[in-house]
Design a protein around this ligand. Structure first.
Ligand SMILES: CC(C)(COP(=O)(O)OP(=O)(O)OC[C@H]1O[C@@H](n2cnc3c(N)ncnc32)[C@H](O)[C@@H]1OP(=O)(O)O)[C@@H](O)C(=O)NCCC(=O)NCCS
Length: 197
């Protein structure tokens, strides 16, 4: 697989909504609305790579994280950005002491399934026709042992709000979630939304 220059991943804000919606509508024409994404940005963790070429949404409640969405623009796929985003999401979850990460994916989405399995997600359950007749949801789980921190495979650069490199990942996540427009850190009062693709 070709790889591009080191991906730059940063926390998303509502100012990124147009770029995120462009990704969403391209990947999922009947997917999440702008209102749903605004809620994700405010209540959960949303990060973008390379100023909107891709996006990931994660949530965390009481040590259990969920990968809610990952999208890379169709023209940028196959260059490692999806892997960088999911690795980043796992690292984010481990920084909040999450011990496991769940996700749901359509059984027809073989590319995403390959990506998730290659990053250690294992199949937990199959919900028959969950997305509609003949479209099953696969539930995957990734354990995060506390003694085995997640190391991003593509070493993404993570920026603080000022645009300078974060001194360390933990500080960046804490700083970012506490300072962006006064929104709370994830997991404080944020029920996991179950709106799926
Ligand atoms: C799933 C998605 C995010 C992957 O992004 P990406 O940037 O293309 O992924 P990467 O280049 O990092 O590839 C990661 C892995 O995905 C799999 N993959 C990527 N492209 C693939 C292809 N064309 N065929 C088969 N597997 C593929 C491979 O396992 C790959 O690892 P490898 O290159 O070491 O074999 C992207 O395809 C996407 O946005 N799809 C639409 C939205 C979606 O379905 N999201 C998931 C559900 S929310």
């Amino acid at each position: 697989m070709d790889t591009v220059a080191t991906p730059v991943i940063r926390l998303a804000g509502v100012r990124d909504l147009d770029r995120i919606m462009a990704l969403e509508t391209e990947a999922f024409p009947r997917g999440w609305s702008a209102t749903s994404w605004t809620q994700e940005i405010r209540d959960h963790y949303v990060a973008i790579v390379d100023e909107g070429v891709g996006v990931i949404a994660m949530s965390e409640v009481a040590g259990t994280a969920e990968l809610l969405r990952v999208i890379v623009s169709s023209g940028a796929r196959g260059h490692g950005l999806g892997r960088a985003l999911v690795s980043h999401g796992l690292e984010w979850a481990s920084c909040f002491k999450a011990t496991e990460v769940f996700l749901e994916v359509s059984h027809t989405n073989q590319i995403a399934i390959r990506l998730y399995e290659s990053l250690g997600f294992t199949l937990l359950d199959r919900r028959v026709s969950y997305y509609g007749p003949g479209d099953d949801a696969l539930v995957y789980r990734r354990v995060i042992p506390s003694a085995d921190p997640v190391i991003p495979s593509t070493d993404p650069v993570i920026l603080t709000q000022s645009g300078s490199p974060a001194p360390d990942v933990q500080t960046n996540f804490t700083t970012a979630t506490q300072t962006v427009e006064g929104f709370p850190a994830p997991g404080v009062h944020n029920p996991i939304t179950k709106e799926r693709s």
